[in-house]
Design a protein. Structure first.
Length: 254
């Protein structure tokens, strides 16, 4: 097992990518603090995950709140006495609006969950990592963090910001045995499309973005993202730091 006795936080863990990462990490021996706002769905997941070598401990938290985000890290550390890996997965999609049509409310919510929450969690975790001599951060970004037209202006800006935060953190703390990498998935079959802003899509913006969709060979799965997250969490990736891995089935290879 690759993560025996490791203590991990995974956000957005009740479904999709976060759920598969949490499940795989627990299968590999980790104690996983699975964080989500959806209490019923998160508890159902934790209660159903019995065939694992580690364990899954649910934490109900609204990561739109700075206090809740910081408390999440404190709670995991206080209960286990250490923290080895932080996976910032929770995120929200925008409605494909170009910048001229982005509402203040949407911009603020997208940036809060996609950028501010990982920032607060990382800032809280770094001193703990320093005290114990190392740690590992894995941020789930997107191809929208590497390219300009995979979503609207708000989501694209948020994922670019998360990549900048990843690279800066990796370099600043590399000599302290703290690694920070990002995964940048392409089209993945998850429920991100069921978010608040996807219920009233900016049709003109989406049509403009979709001009490049023909190059996507296929849709990926959350399990495929989890496999890369396991590699980054393990000692197999000990020399990988500050990297933003495009995981897209070859979409951007054209």
């Amino acid at each position: 097992m690759k993560l025996t006795n490791k203590v991990v936080i995974v956000t957005g863990a009740s479904s999709g990518i976060g759920k598969d990462i949490a499940q795989l990490y627990a299968h590999e021996g980790a104690t996983v603090y699975a964080v989500d706002i959806n209490e019923a769905r998160l508890n159902a997941f934790a209660n159903s995950s019995t065939d694992v070598s580690g364990k899954i401990i649910p934490i109900i938290a609204d990561l739109m709140s700075q206090h809740a985000t910081e408390y999440m890290v404190e709670q995991a550390y206080q209960q286990s006495g250490r923290l080895d890996i932080l996976v910032n997965n929770a995120g929200i999609m925008d409605d494909f609006s170009p910048i001229g049509e982005v509402s203040d409310a949407m911009f603020e919510q997208v940036m809060q969950l996609n950028v501010n929450s990982p920032f607060y969690a990382m800032r809280k975790a770094i001193p703990l990592f320093e005290q114990q001599g190392g740690g590992n951060i894995i941020n789930i970004s997107s191809l929208a963090g590497l390219f300009g037209a995979r979503a609207g202006a708000a989501y694209t800006a948020s994922k670019h910001a998360l990549i900048g935060l990843t690279k800066n953190t990796a370099f600043m703390y590399a000599e302290k045995n703290i690694r920070c990498n990002a995964i940048c998935p392409g089209g993945i079959a998850t429920d991100i499309g069921s978010g608040e802003f996807m219920s009233h899509i900016n049709q003109a913006g989406m049509q403009r973005v979709m001009t490049g969709i023909a190059g996507n060979p296929r849709e990926g799965t959350s399990a495929e993202v989890a496999s890369v997250a396991l590699f980054l969490a393990s000692s197999d990736a000990s020399y990988m730091n500050g990297q933003c891995i495009a995981l897209d089935g070859g979409w951007t290879a054209y």
